[in-house]
Structures are given as structure tokens and as C-alpha cells.
Design a protein around this ligand. Structure first.
Ligand SMILES: Nc1ncnc2c1ncn2[C@@H]1O[C@H](COP(=O)(O)OP(=O)(O)O)[C@@H](O)[C@H]1O
Ligand SMILES: [Mg+2]
Length: 463
């Protein structure tokens, strides 16, 4: 978008002499050879203004980037109004995106305000997106997209995807589940859902199921074929476009807070296609404690980074097996999740024990995350205190937010039940790592933006 007459910033924090306010998209100092401002701008394409439905770069809201020594990055973000209620949301998203790169140690956002002309252009862009160009996907701009990925199959990716989705729904969110593992779909069975996807006006209606105070809306190849053997033929026919249909032609409802995508294992065409279709997606990588699993998992992280996706963190599955007499067995080795988290430079989100509640639950269509096990672990969850298993053991007291850092997560032990682990991770996701988009109080801003856009369009003939 080219905006003429870019004014010096109206930010309270930055004077007009700021290097960021001079109108070039990106500037860099010699000291940081590796990280380029273009990389930062590309990452910012993953931050969507939930109200305008377009990303910060496209809307001209990401005004400038400055890379300082030691990985400190300053970003100038121009809002439609300085009192924008989504400011906190945008701040969180920008920081989360950028800080997911190990090269970036600190992010400072310098706020400014779009000029009337820029505002009009941003609104025009948003309207154009809505009216003239079919939106890139049918997934609402306010939906947080979580890709559950792994280097190889059998590590529990689908189990983690379905259990986290169920736990989030149980906590009151409307959660979409997209089974993108076209070859080896397992989501319907794991969630105990049957049926066929209906279509209305050429659009696919997901299978919907109330869970706790929330809801799951699910699409899977498993709902398009009735028998496993006919599935094979369908797959051949639809494979290339199935995931695209799931992104473009499904009626994903407006209130969807999360869309959890069960990715196929590895880094094939489907994964690349999804990453390109959904640049705003955030990736969670599932691995086992086995060191061998790590190399392939690291490749997935690499693919995510190359596509400028944010990697939220690592989940280690099948961590330990707790026997009834209180012993623990490291069936698949020790430390793989933690090591991968370090290598990729993201937090370890949690460890899930080997637990028959998961495998039984998957087979019976009753996710372990929805059990009330009544153990000490879940009692902690219910009483809203930090469960003992997630309290760092190497420091005296660490606040919850610090537990998000890779170093303190390293001290995390495995909860004794998978139920507790899933519930805890889901809560951490919605409260800390990937909070839902809050739209309350936004209509005022929208109205304001529309009025200024119309005013500006009238006076400047921009419409
Ligand atoms: N934490 C766990 N404890 C016990 N069984 C598990 C656990 N995680 C996964 N499983 C079982 O392992 C098998 C593979 O898991 P799945 O989620 O299908 O892996 P993926 O999707 O990565 O191929 C399934 O039978 C599942 O029930
Ligand atoms: Mg699977």
C-alpha cells in the first residue's frame, strides 16, 4: 500500500526525529547481520488486526522496524485511534510473534496513529478484502489458529490436538478442529464423532458437538467417506485440494475462538500449503522424549520459521509411565522435549505422561482431557493454584509468567495423569501463550474508523 505524505509520527513515545518515523518500511543497523528488517516485516504479516481482518503490514500499520544490537527490535505500529481497545491484543500478538525468533531478545513497540489518509487507505483495503476479493480463507480473522505438528507419525499429535481442543471447548470456547491428516485421519474416532459433512450452498458445514460450556466444530476426511476402503479412492481424488477446501469452503462460525489443526506428520506439500494459506497460524510441535524424534521435529520447526509462522512451543508426549505403586518408567527415553525446546528457542509447554486414559479414550471417543480424575493433580487445577508438577523445582518461587520461559520450563516435571497435563496446557494456552481475541468494546473504534474513512474518502476522493 502506498500512502502519500506520511507524516512524522504522532506517537507520544517517539519524537518526529525518531528513525522509525521517517517513513521507510525497514531500517537496519550494521551490527545485526543475520536478522533483516524484511524478516521482521514478514513475521508481522502474521499479526492480523482482528477488526479490519487484514494483517498489520498490508494495512500499513506496521510502519517501521529497527534492529538494534543484541537482538533488540523496535517496531512502530500505527493504530487507527490512539485509544484503540485492541492495542493490548495487538501488542501481545506482535511480541509473541517476534519473540518466538531466537535472534530477537526484546521487542519494543512504539505506538503512533495512522493519518487520516492512511486510515482511509487501511479501511479501503479492509473493505476491498471483504467485498471484492474472496477472503483468503473462511476462517474468521478473530480465530486463533493452532497447528499441531510433529516430525513423524505415532508421537501422539492427533491425541494432543483432540485433547487440547476438547479441553479448550470444555472451558467455554468455541473450538474448530481441522483434521488435515488426510492420509491418516483419526480425529472423528478420537472425539467419538460420526456422521457426514453436509453442504449448504456449496459450503461445508462442520460436525458440531457441545462440550462443557463450549463447542467443537469438526471437519475431517473421515466425515466424507463412510468406509475406510472407499476412503483410499477419495483420498486420491481429493487429496490435493481437501485441505484447501477445509480452509476456504467450510462455514467456520464467527464465534470460533480457536481452530486446532491436526497436521500430517513431517513437512510435505500439505503442510507447506497450509503454512502459506494461513500465515497467521501458530505452531505447537509434539515430540516424544526419545532423542531420535528430535531431529525430525526440528525440521518441522524450521519449515514453520521459513514460512514466518510463530512457534508457540513444544509438547513432550509419552514422557513417563507412572505405575500404581508410585514408580515412574522412562519408556521412551528422557529429555527430548526439553532439548528440542532449547534447540528451537521456544518454551516447553508441558509433558504428558504415558497414560492408558489417552489410548483408551482415543479408542472409545472419550478424550482423557474431559475426565475428572480426582487425583491430587486435578485437585490443584480445580483449586486454581499452580499444580506442584509445574512449579519449577530449582528456584524458590517463580511467578507463572516466568514458567513460560524455556529455562524454568526445564525444571517442569511430568504430571501423573494425562488428564491433568492436558487441562493444564489448555489453560496455559488460553491464559498465557495464545489468549483468544477479545472483541469487547471494539464497536466504538470500528465506528470511529468507518467515519474517519468515509470523511477522508470524501475529502480526498480515495473511495
Ligand atoms: N500420552 C499417551 N499415553 C498413552 N497412549 C498414547 C499417548 N499419546 C498417544 N497415545 C496413543 O499412541 C497412538 C498414536 O497416537 P496418535 O495421536 O495417533 O499419533 P500421531 O497423530 O502423531 O500419529 C494412539 O494409539 C494413541 O492412543
Ligand atoms: Mg495422527
Amino acid at each position: 500500500m502506498s500512502v502519500e505524505g506520511l507524516q512524522p509520527s504522532q506517537s507520544q513515545e517517539v519524537e518526529a526525529t525518531s528513525p522509525l518515523s521517517k517513513g521507510t518500511a525497514a531500517q537496519v543497523q550494521e551490527e545485526s547481520a543475520d536478522l533483516l528488517p524484511e524478516d521482521v516485516m514478514n513475521l508481522l504479516r502474521g499479526v492480523v488486526d482482528p477488526e479490519l481482518g487484514s494483517n498489520l503490514v498490508e494495512l500499513g500499520m506496521a510502519r517501521g522496524v529497527q534492529i538494534l544490537p543484541d537482538g533488540v527490535v523496535h517496531v512502530e505500529v500505527a493504530l487507527t485511534t490512539s485509544g484503540c481497545p485492541l492495542r493490548a491484543q495487538i501488542q501481545r500478538d506482535v511480541k509473541a510473534r517476534l519473540e518466538s525468533l531466537p535472534d530477537i531478545t526484546k521487542v519494543k513497540i512504539i505506538w503512533s496513529e495512522l493519518t487520516a489518509g492512511e486510515k482511509a487507505a487501511a479501511m479501503a483495503k479492509a473493505r476491498w478484502n471483504v467485498a471484492q476479493k474472496a477472503p483468503d480463507t473462511s476462517i474468521p480473522a478473530t480465530t486463533k489458529v493452532l497447528m499441531i505438528a510433529s516430525g513423524k507419525g505415532g508421537v501422539g499429535k492427533s491425541s494432543v490436538a483432540t485433547n487440547l481442543a476438547a479441553a479448550l471447548a470444555n472451558n467455554g470456547f468455541a473450538v474448530g478442529v481441522m483434521d488435515a491428516d488426510i492420509w491418516g485421519y483419526s480425529v472423528p474416532r478420537m472425539l467419538g464423532l460420526e456422521g457426514s459433512l453436509r453442504s449448504e450452498d456449496g459450503k461445508i458445514i462442520p460436525i458440531s458437538q457441545a462440550v462443557g460450556s463450549g463447542r467443537l466444530d469438526v471437519v475431517s476426511m473421515g466425515f466424507l467417506v463412510d468406509r475406510e476402503d472407499t476412503a483410499l479412492m477419495w483420498r486420491g481424488l481429493m487429496l490435493n485440494r481437501a485441505v484447501q477446501h477445509f480452509c476456504e469452503d467450510v462455514v467456520w462460525s464467527d464465534d470460533l475462538a480457536y481452530l486446532v489443526i491436526d497436521m500430517p506428520p513431517g513437512t510435505g506439500d500439505v503442510q507447506m500449503g497450509l503454512a502459506r494459506m494461513l500465515p497467521r497460524a501458530e505452531m505447537i510441535i509434539v515430540t516424544t522424549p526419545a532423542k531420535a524424534a528430535q531431529k525430525v521435529a526440528a525440521r518441522v520447526a524450521d519449515m514453520g520459521r521459513k514460512n514466518f509462522l510463530r512457534i508457540v512451543g513444544i509438547i513432550e508426549n509419552m514422557s513417563e509411565l507412572f505405575t500404581p505403586d508410585g514408580k515412574s518408567l522412562n519408556v521412551f527415553g528422557v529429555g527430548g522435549g526439553q532439548q528440542l525446546a532449547r534447540e528451537v528457542g521456544v518454551p516447553l509447554l508441558g509433558r504428558i505422561p504415558l497414560d492408558t486414559a489417552v489410548s483408551d479414550g482415543c479408542d472409545r471417543g472419550q478424550p482423557a482431557a474431559l475426565l475428572t480424575a480426582g487425583t491430587a493433580d486435578t485437585a490443584d487445577l480445580e483449586s486454581n493454584t499452580t499444580p506442584a508438577f509445574f512449579a519449577p523445582t530449582d528456584t524458590e518461587s517463580t511467578p507463572l509468567s516466568d514458567a513460560a520461559s524455556a529455562s524454568s520450563a526445564a525444571a517442569m516435571s511430568t504430571p501423573t495423569t494425562a488428564t491433568a497435563a492436558f487441562q493444564w496446557i489448555a489453560r496455559q494456552l488460553s491464559e498465557e501463550y495464545v489468549p483468544p481475541v477479545m472483541m469487547e468494546g471494539c464497536s466504538a473504534r470500528m465506528l470511529d474508523a468507518v467515519i474517519s474513512a468515509l470523511d477522508a474518502a470524501e475529502t480526498e476522493g480515495l473511495d
